[in-house]
Design a protein around this ligand. Structure first.
Ligand SMILES: NC(=O)c1ccc[n+]([C@@H]2O[C@H](COP(=O)([O-])OP(=O)(O)OC[C@H]3O[C@@H](n4cnc5c(N)ncnc54)[C@H](OP(=O)(O)O)[C@@H]3O)[C@@H](O)[C@H]2O)c1
Length: 250
């Protein structure tokens, strides 16, 4: 399968990666690790100057060629890249998707967003929510990843490629770079997208355990990402995270 310039069967190193919100705390940390691992990275911001400043800082501190870390507006960054990390606050998501939908739909999107509060209302309209609930059960709410998928699908009438990762990891923990040993929770709709994501994460964080979460847990796991991030920063060692699914007897 091929979309954008990414072929899932190849070793993934030559792709361009954008980080929307890349001048912020989490985005900058992710961009810095990706760039230091050899990826060409576009730092996206609403403000070109802020993006360029962040890009220059990363290139300088990591000793990289400035042509490999490029500051751009969010739109230009999304256009230029094959794969796009979203590292903006949940509150900014709807406006950002409205602005970038046409540029994101052909790309692989990686959702890093953790909502700090329960979300109501959500991005989705009643019809989309009804469709979601007819599948997952009454009262069930979608994760941010699912909201992005459904929202982009509705806006473009095409199938988005979206995965999620790094939601439990503070920008401070990411700065451990190759020595980062915390588990990375990941999820996505299909195995081809997951292979691409996992290949990149393995290159950037070779000592981290990669844990894949089944879709039925995305929403509830998202609810504890902030707690895990906090505990990890306090030095609490999370030894095992394991998710499996068995049919309920009820
Ligand atoms: N901080 C962490 O340790 C951490 C860990 C895991 C996940 N996350 C998730 O990563 C995301 C970013 O977190 P952060 O701590 O990096 O936040 P942040 O520094 O406050 O914000 C990131 C960037 O988002 C952009 N932004 C802010 N408000 C916006 C708006 N109304 N519209 C469009 N863009 C806006 C800003 O970029 P410009 O002003 O340059 O456009 C900002 O630099 C959040 O969803 C958070 O849950 C954070």
């Amino acid at each position: 399968m091929k979309y954008g310039n990414i072929m899932s069967s190849t070793v993934i190193k030559d792709i361009k990666i954008a980080v929307i919100g890349g001048a912020g705390l989490e985005g900058r940390a992710i961009a810095s690790e990706l760039a230091a691992s050899g990826y060409e990275v576009y730092i996206g911001s609403r403000n070109l100057f802020r993006a360029q400043e962040a890009a220059q800082k990363i290139a300088k501190t990591r000793g990289l060629n400035e042509e490999r870390v490029i500051g751009a507006t969010n739109v230009e960054a999304a256009k230029a890249a094959d794969l796009v990390f979203l590292t903006i606050p949940y509150e900014a998501l709807k406006d950002t998707l409205d602005q970038l939908a046409q540029h994101l739909i052909d790309k692989h999107i990686v959702d890093v967003i953790v909502p700090y509060k329960l979300r109501s209302p959500m991005l989705l309209n009643t019809r989309q929510l009804d469709r979601y609930r007819s599948h997952f059960g009454p009262g069930k709410s979608p994760s941010v990843t699912e909201e992005i998928y459904l929202y982009l699908q509705e806006a473009t009438q095409r199938r988005p490629h979206i995965t999620a990762a790094l939601k439990t990891l503070s920008y401070k923990t990411l700065a451990l770079s190759k020595n980062m040993k915390e588990p990375i929770l990941t999820w996505g709709y299909n195995s081809e997208d997951m292979q691409i994501l996992l290949s990149i994460l393995r290159q950037v964080f070779p000592n981290a355990e990669l844990v894949e979460v089944p879709q039925m847990y995305w929403r509830s796991v998202e609810g504890v990402c902030e707690l895990i991030r906090f505990l990890t920063l306090q030095g609490v060692k999370i030894e095992a995270l394991n998710f499996s699914y068995s049919q309920s007897k009820q």
